[in-house]
Design a protein around this ligand. Structure first.
Ligand code: MRU
Length: 351
C-alpha cells in the first residue's frame, strides 16, 4: 500500500532543473534552480543534490541543460552531437561511486545516438526522457517499498543508515520507501536513524523527512547500533545502495559495513533496498567499485568549526562495501532478491 509523501526532491521545470538544497536541511527547506550544465555538475559534486537515484536524475537534467546551451551555438548537427556526448561523459564524472549517475547519463547518450531529429528535436527528446526517468523513479520506489513492507514484522523497529529516502530519490525513497509502505499498513512501525558521520545525512536529512511525514524516528550515533541490537531493540536493518556488484556486494555510505557486521552477529536481518539501476552487472565483485575520497574538512570540522588538532592526519572514504554474505536480501522493483545473488540478480534483469 502506498503512503503519500509530500516530498519531491528534483523536477524538470520548463527549461531548468528545480531541486531541494540538501546542504541546508534541517535549518531550511528551500529549492534551488539549476540553469546550466556546469552548475549541475557542481551541484552534484557539492552535494546540493545527493543520494544515488537523485543524482542519476540530476545527471540526466544536466545533459538537457548542456544540450540547451549547445543548441544556441550555431553548430552543425554532427558537431552538436559529438560535443553533447562529450558533455554527457563529463557529467558522469561529477561523483564516482553511485552508478545511477552513469546509468542515467548513458540513457541520455542513447537518446542522442538514436535520434533522427534536428538539434531542437534532440533537445526536446532529452527533456522528455529526463521527465520519464523522473516519473519512473517514484513508481519504482513505491514498488520497492511495497515488496519490502512484506518482510517488515508487525510493530518493527527498523534501523537505517545515511539517507535513502525521498530526499535521496525523486520521491518516496528506497530504504525509507520500505518504511513508508510498512507504516501505511501498520502505524506502530518506527525507525532508528544512525547520525551518519561525517556529513550527518541520518541526523540532518532522515530525521527531517520522517518527521515531516509523521513517521516516528529516534536518532542514535553511529557507534550505538550494536548496543541496541544486543538489547533486542532492532528488528531489521534496511539501507540504500550506491552500487551493487553482480555478486551482491554493495557499496553504500561509509559505516554501512559496520552495521551489517553488527546485524549478522545479533541475527538481525540486514536488507538493501535499491532499484535495478543501482546494480552494475559489469563488475563481478565489490572490490571493483570506485570509492570516493572526500574533503578532509568533512572530518576535521563540524558546521565550519574545528573539532580536532590541526596537526591530525585524515582519511575520508565516502563509502564502504558490504560483502554479499552479510545481506539477507536486496529489495528491488522486481521483488526481493535472495542469495545466490549472481543468479537472482541475473534473473531480475531477464524479468
Ligand atoms: O554521499 P551521499 O549522501 O550521496 O550518499 C548517499 C548514500 O549512501 C545513500 O544511502 C545511497 O545513495 C542510497 S540513496 C537511495
Amino acid at each position: 500500500m502506498a503512503f503519500e509523501s509530500k516530498i519531491k526532491t528534483i523536477e524538470w521545470v520548463d527549461t531548468y532543473s528545480r531541486m531541494v538544497d540538501q546542504t541546508v536541511i534541517p535549518y531550511e527547506y528551500k529549492f534551488v534552480n539549476i540553469t546550466d550544465g556546469q552548475e549541475m555538475f557542481d551541484a552534484i559534486r557539492n552535494m546540493i543534490v545527493r543520494g544515488a537515484p537523485a543524482i542519476g536524475i540530476a545527471g540526466a537534467h544536466g545533459v538537457v541543460l548542456f544540450a540547451q546551451a549547445l543548441a544556441k551555438e550555431s553548430l552543425s548537427r554532427d558537431e552538436f552531437v559529438s560535443k553533447l556526448i562529450e558533455k554527457a561523459e563529463y557529467m558522469k564524472t561529477s561523483r564516482p561511486t553511485a552508478v545511477n549517475l552513469m546509468w542515467a547519463c548513458q540513457k541520455q547518450i542513447d537518446v542522442i545516438k538514436a535520434s533522427k531529429s534536428d538539434i531542437n528535436g534532440i533537445v526536446e527528446e532529452l527533456k522528455q526522457n529526463a521527465i520519464k526517468l523522473e516519473n519512473e523513479d517514484i513508481e519504482i520506489n513505491k514498488k520497492i517499498g511495497d515488496y519490502g513492507a512484506e518482510v517488515v514484522p508487525k510493530g518493527a523497529t527498523i534501523l537505517t543508515h545515511c539517507n535513502a529516502g525521498a530526499l535521496a530519490t525523486v520521491g518516496y525513497g528506497t530504504a525509507l520507501g520500505v518504511v513508508r509502505s510498512a507504516f501505511a499498513k501498520d502505524n506502530t512501525v518506527q525507525v532508528f536513524a544512525d547520525e551518519t558521520r561525517p556529513r550527518q545525512q541520518g541526523a540532518r536529512i532522515t530525521t527531517f523527512e520522517l518527521a515531516m511525514d509523521g513517521i516516528p524516528v529516534t536518532l542514535i550515533t553511529d557507534g550505538m547500533c550494536s548496543y541496541f541490537m544486543s538489547k533486542g531493540m532492532i528488528d531489521m536493518v534496511v539501507v540504500g545502495a550506491d552500487r551493487i556488484a553482480a555478486n551482491g556486494d554493495t557499496a553504500n555510505k561509509i559505516g554501512t559495513y559496520t552495521v551489517a557486521i553488527a546485524a549478522k552477529y545479533h541475527n538481525v536481518p540486514f536488507y538493501i533496498a535499491a532499484p535495478l539501476s543501482t546494480i552494475d552487472t559489469s563488475i563481478a565483485t565489490g572490490a571493483e567499485i570506485p570509492i570516493e575520497e572526500r574533503s578532509h574538512e568533512e572530518v576535521t570540522h563540524i558546521n565550519g568549526d574545528w573539532i580536532c588538532s590541526d596537526k591530525v592526519k585524515v582519511i575520508n572514504p565516502g563509502f564502504d562495501v558490504t560483502p554479499h554474505e552479510l545481506i539477507a536480501g536486496i529489495i528491488t522493483e522486481k521483488g526481493i532478491l535472495r542469495p545466490d545473488y549472481n543468479k537472482s540478480i541475473a534473473e531480475a534483469f531477464q524479468k
